[in-house]
Design a protein around this ligand. Structure first.
Ligand SMILES: [Fe+2]
Ligand SMILES: [Fe+2]
Length: 229
């Protein structure tokens, strides 16, 4: 097909990639840029490997969550997506007035968020560079301040759930919506302002240290999955 249509065609092939599924794309030109742009469109959900062969370029695409995380930053980004998804599902339950259905999702989001913030505040912020933005503010200081804000909003969600024995969806939903919006902006800022610096600093460390830090962070984040449903 014409080169101009390759990206759209590839998008429809990979956008609903199911767990355990792989799509193989065969293209005439190197699909590096096409894949990067698709991955951006799909919020970093893809992992792929391209090989040049006699038939052109053969690219095998899978869901990124099914591959081993490349480094600590990759792990944090995946954890952002996981918590976003949990909150999104909780919001959808609340939108149909299903508070009981939202409750375990909110509990899992809360546990996950607290673990994630602990990793960023206590393990990573102290050991990694503290880059300064164009306006002179420290990206790390912004991150820490936003974490406090997120924890306060999370407490509001929990307070709304504890209002009475059976809270109404409309008593809870606005607080979850505010938290979800704050979190999305925070994650975007982290991923664009801070994580590139963290990733570069981590890559400069000895391989053994990178490996042990990855294992440590992973254990801390996964504890949230285990105890938070
Ligand atoms: Fe954060
Ligand atoms: Fe984060």
């Amino acid at each position: 097909m014409p080169a101009s249509r390759v990206q759209t065609a590839a998008f429809y092939e990979v956008k609903d990639l199911a767990a355990g599924e792989a799509v193989v794309l065969i293209t005439v030109a190197d699909p590096k840029l096409v894949m990067e742009s698709l991955n951006l469109q799909l919020r970093d959900a893809l992992a792929w490997e391209t090989r040049a062969g006699p038939e052109g370029f053969r690219t095998r695409v899978v869901r990124r969550e099914e591959t081993e995380p490349a480094d600590v930053v990759d792990l944090l980004i995946r954890d952002h997506h996981r918590v976003d998804e949990l909150l999104g599902k909780a919001l959808r339950r609340l939108n149909v007035a299903d508070v009981a259905g939202a409750q375990p999702l909110l509990a899992a989001s809360a546990a996950g968020l607290r673990r994630h913030i602990r990793v960023e505040n206590e393990i990573l912020a102290p050991m990694l560079p503290q880059p300064i933005g164009m306006d002179g503010t420290s990206h790390t200081a912004v991150m820490l301040r936003e974490h406090d804000e997120i924890l306060a909003q999370l407490a509001e969600v929990e307070a709304s759930l504890g209002l009475d024995a059976a809270p109404e969806a409309w008593e809870v939903e606005p607080f979850v919506a505010i938290l979800s919006g704050t979190l999305a902006k925070h994650e975007h800022r982290e991923e664009s302002n801070l994580f590139p610096h963290w990733a570069a600093a981590l890559r400069a460390r000895p391989a053994a240290e990178q490996k042990s830090l990855l294992a440590r962070v992973r254990a801390m984040l996964e504890a949230a999955t285990a105890d938070g449903a």
